[in-house]
Design a binder for this molecule. Sequence first.
Ligand code: UTP
Length: 303
Amino acid sequence: MRIRKAVFPVAGLGTRFLPATKASPKEMLPVVDKPLIQYAVQEAIGAGATELVFITGRTKNSIMDHFDKAYELETELANRQKQDLLKLVQDVLPPGITCIFIRQAEALGLGHAVLCAEPAVGDEDFSVLLADDLIDGRLLPCLAQMQRVYQEHGASVIAVQPVPKDEISSYGVVEAQNIAPGLGEIRRIVEKPKADEAPSNLAVVGRYILTPRIFKLLERTPRGKGGEIQLTDAISMLIQEQTVLAYQFEGKRYDCGSKLGYLQANVEYALKHPELADEFRKYLTQFTAELPQQQSRMRAVKP
Ligand code: UTP
């Protein structure tokens, strides 16, 4: 009951991060010193994945390069005796892990991106990770937590978290019947509902464990919200046929698809970074102490 295959849809347009995402993918934006996609890949490998399926689009070559062998760089680092840096580069993709890249010709939505993974996933249960949702699972990474739930219940598992009412219309939202603390069976799932029509405050975030039945349902999912083929709409059909669980993970999620969430992630990960934490904490303490004076200076300058 180990999930071997992890799917990474990385073909979105990343419009919220333009112009940074004009020619390079948002999944390559670094949080401190690692690109977002590397955090997600490490989470999947940590949960037991050995086959990584990237659904890529135009401008995504840097993702392929990032997980490829860097012969020149590695030779140069070895010549210069930079063993630590060489290890950092080589550890990007541990031995025994296979990468498959599939092109999503048009960004027709997350559901369509997942459907593109069917030839590589075949007839087995698989995970989907959206790298722009960076999750610090604290004691156990989010996907590993979900894997435990999957092993216990033998069903699809979707990560959810409570969000404030004024943000709910940006998410897929579930109505679930509780079966254990933090775990419920999904009764209804709606993509981006109006705040007043949301079935709960539990929003879907970017981690899924799904059965391959989802592919057949995605094939007949019409375009939904925003004219895109929505994964949520296919999951809404899946719950008619199979148990799908909503799991409230332990930990903190950063919405790195938004500028604010991305900045928060950088600050908080820097405060935990072994090389940076002390100096960065000092800097932040000093900076925040000076902030009121700076703000009043700026107010004085403004007309
Ligand atoms: P988002 O909803 O964040 O869309 O996609 P986006 O295009 O990446 O970003 P914005 O909203 O324009 O700023 C959620 C995830 O689904 C992937 C994205 O790469 C992201 O990981 N995705 C989305 C695809 O792979 N293909 C698509 O057609 C749409």
